[in-house]
Design a protein around this ligand. Sequence first.
Ligand code: PEP
Ligand code: MG
Length: 645
Amino acid sequence: MSNEHGLHARPAARLVGLVNGFDATVTLTDLDTGRGPVDAGSLSMVATLNAQQGHRLRVGASGAQAAEVLAAITKLAGENFGDTAGGVGAGAAGGGAPEPGTGGSAGTGGSGLDVAIGPAVLAGVAVDLSGYVAGDDELGQLDQAVATVGDELRGLRDGSPDHGEIFAAHLALLNDRKPLEEIRAAITAGTPAPVAWKQTYDELAAAFEGLDDAYQRERAQDVRAVRDRVLRALTGSATDEPTSAGAAPDSAAEGSILVVPELDAATAATLDAGRVAGVAVRAAGTTGHGVIVARSRGIPLITGIGDVEVPAGVVVAFDARVGSFEVAPDEDAVRATIAERRGERERALTRADEPATTVDGRTIGVLVNVGAVQDAVAARGADGSGLVRTEVLFGDRRTAPTVDEQVEQFRAIARALDGKPITIRTWDIGGDKPLPFLPQDREANPFLGERGIRVFRRRPELLRDQLEAVRRVAAETPVHVMFPMVTTADEVAWGLHELDDLGPRPDGLEVGIMVEVPAAALRIATLAIGLDFVSIGTNDLTQYTTAADRTNTAVAPLADGLDPAVLQLIDHVVRNAGVRVAVCGDLASDPQSAVLLAALGVEELSAVGPQVPLVKARLRQAVLSEVDTAAVLAARDAAQVRGLL
Ligand code: PEP
Ligand code: MG
């Protein structure tokens, strides 16, 4: 197996497609792991074999066309299973290269408000099988449900240019031979169709979850999505899934409020912002990547509504600014608030391009966080980008982007921001951010493991390519580059060495680090020597200061960026860095917190796009000298800090 990333989704789909065209039974065994033999005609079986580059595979074939299929497989293997070096990724069943600029998000388009009203659409709840009555023709029921879902998925695939590959992958999972055979056998033995379907797809999801590779593990989410679609078709349950971009028009009412237990990044990226009025997340926490993606798209969002009972279809409303969520609210009152906030937003937008100069004369840079070129295109009034999340920009790639491809995307971002400075963060993977093209080992505590710059000390090649792309773009337009998850002075020295080893720095290229680890904040005076700036990642700095995993909803209330302990570290950084201090974590997107950060001495804030005009507007009204920073830093908790703002 010579493919750089092993038999991952796309070559696996090619192999399975080829095998199924012959009258033969074909098996695959990974001789290096001992796994197998598995049915080579089943995508899920081949994918869960998880054969990696360098592994030796044994192919077995029997049946009328055994010789022919072996010859065809040998030829396909000779062609690297259709993978071209540096080729771009696609979903399991094909699909094209992502359009430049989509970066895995369905664009912006949300209202950008923090208040919303609409009928509730419940998602992420288990399909209820209890009322299902098995009939005489369970196999017929299954065939019909699979056909219906197949039509749905083809419609979604063809109607969704940016996300067609997701639905193409779902189609491949739906029509996978091996699970279907198992399910049909169970039904023939007397098991009702939904029970048989659920059992097999649950097992399949568990098989994906058991894989070492983080990207492959995440595919369990796709298996569960297909499982639930078919269960809904079998039981006749209403479609209560999130409204995806390109979804059939009846899948959710226009302007509905999506109520979900948690919000994952894929759902947030594919929601149709034109049709979802807002998202209410039961779990607390504002710094998970799903929440970040939704906010950057301007989708009204509230988190932490808890287990309040929400009947499907009933009108609900929320106001994230005051933290309220109501079932059957006073609709006139909510609409009045919406009108007021819209007015406030429009006023902020008319002055978006003016600098954010406070009443007492300090001008704060307000920049935009970018995870897709579209974020930069849609940003209004941003003084540049204070954070380009490169791992998000290329997050849907199965193979590493080339230097040229990176240059093209960085250029597009700089162009969209009229040549204002862009701050490119080098690959920040690990923790909850797997990159398909850089498989990582399973770790007991991934957030405390190989994340950010740590990953590349063992594998510098990818970082060097990225730094080369940064250098090339920096020769054309103002660029800053920063390393994430830095802890020690050695890491800073190593990062600078990797950069400078490529040649003299282009004029104007500024170099910095992110401050996300308490140790880095505490010894910032040492770390910042030789740097041009530091940028505080309050999302991670908060999780590490409070020892509260940002993805664990049970401890989310602890991970509050306004915790005085976090603010004390920010204050320490401002006083001791000796270079420009920026904040690019979520805290910078909240207008009230932005004023506090500026009062503490932060010079630059980078916020999600829709918040940029509002942050600027709030700063223009602020008198920084009147903010009682001493009281804030001495406060007993985040609640008391809020009371002081
Ligand atoms: C942060 O940690 O605050 C940050 C900006 O990085 P990310 O959210 O991408 O981890
Ligand atoms: Mg971070």
